[in-house]
Design a protein around this ligand. Structure first.
Ligand SMILES: [Zn+2]
Length: 310
């Protein structure tokens, strides 16, 4: 690959995948008969294949993934990721939407600006939903009982596309619900929910991938790979920052954004992680036994975090 093509790919891949997939969804929703769910899943899968190709073309850090780890992470994709989000939707979205409709009826006006253009509604959903995800994520780094269900997501010493789904199902359910519930409750329509789901999937794949992407220019808006790698640092002062899931807006507001750090290593020091999927499901219950070091050092005071942001 020529140097100029490589540079172009490094800069353009992230916005192309994020905005390109959303653009195709928008067109597909209007001009095709395909169900929104199928369209969203197909675009998420196509984005995953594109990100996997980027990892081959532009590898970032050296690291090995055993077949056993890959198999476990693929089970997380299917069960902890897709399975849990489908379950959360089935169990909560109908009730939340009905509650929101009742509230709107009582108030006498709709809570969601459904007449606004779809991209603007999507941006609004991303900002509102991000506050739920940010809060859940930050609390999981703050309280020991919640850290136990989140710790597994920080276990990979090597970040790569499939590791993005390595989360305990409790973690996945909590984050998915926290992020989507406010938007569903306010009455966002199916196309906005589909766009928000696709945005989350594509940004999640990109922020954990092992591709050398130039995304620093997007660090003011998105939770880019550059920022999220800092969040996966073994150094607590670095990992207690950049809690954003899709956007970095609430990290700006609450002073937890840290740009420009280059973590020496990823993971959690002093913990021996089980390798199998079922064994990893027991992590919250046996975390103290797995951890040789103190389970979670005291989080940084807000004032110190603010000085770390940049
Ligand atoms: Zn985290």
């Amino acid at each position: 690959m020529s140097a100029s093509l490589r540079t172009l790919l490094r800069y353009a891949a992230y916005p192309l995948l994020v905005f390109g997939s959303l653009g195709v969804l928008w067109v597909g929703a209007r001009f095709s008969e395909a169900p929104l769910g199928a369209l969203t899943s197909a675009l998420a899968l196509a984005s995953a294949l594109a990100v996997a190709l980027l990892e081959l073309l532009l590898p970032d850090r050296e690291g090995e993934v055993s077949w056993r780890t890959l198999r476990t992470d693929l089970l997380h994709v299917l069960l902890s990721g897709s399975g849990v989000s489908m379950l959360v939707r089935a169990l909560s979205f109908g009730g939340l939407a009905a509650l929101g409709a009742l509230l709107a009826q009582r108030l006498g006006f709709g809570l969601w600006p459904s007449a606004w253009p779809w991209p603007v509604q999507l941006a609004l959903a991303a900002v509102i939903g991000e506050l739920g995800a940010y809060t859940a994520h930050r609390l999981m780094h703050r309280y020991e009982a919640l850290w136990r269900i989140h710790a597994l997501h920080h276990s990979p010493p090597h970040l790569y596309i499939v590791a993005s789904a390595r989360t305990h199902p409790f973690n996945a359910a909590l984050v998915h619900f926290s992020q989507m519930a406010p938007v569903v409750l306010l009455g966002a329509g199916p196309e906005v929910i589909a766009g928000f789901s696709l945005l989350t999937a594509v940004v999640g794949l990109l922020q954990h991938c092992n591709a050398d992407l130039a995304t620093e220019w997007l660090n003011g808006v998105f939770a880019t790979p550059d920022l999220h790698r800092t969040h996966h640092s073994v150094v607590l002062e670095e990992s207690n920052t950049n809690f954003g899931n899709n956007l970095i807006v609430w990290d700006w507001v609450f002073g937890t954004r840290l740009a420009g750090a280059r973590p020496a290593a990823y993971g959690v020091e002093g913990v021996t992680w089980p390798e199998g999927y079922l064994a990893q499901l027991t992590v919250p219950f046996v975390y103290a036994r797995l951890s040789a070091a103190p389970p979670l050092a005291a989080p940084e005071p807000a004032s110190e975090l603010a000085t770390l942001s940049g």
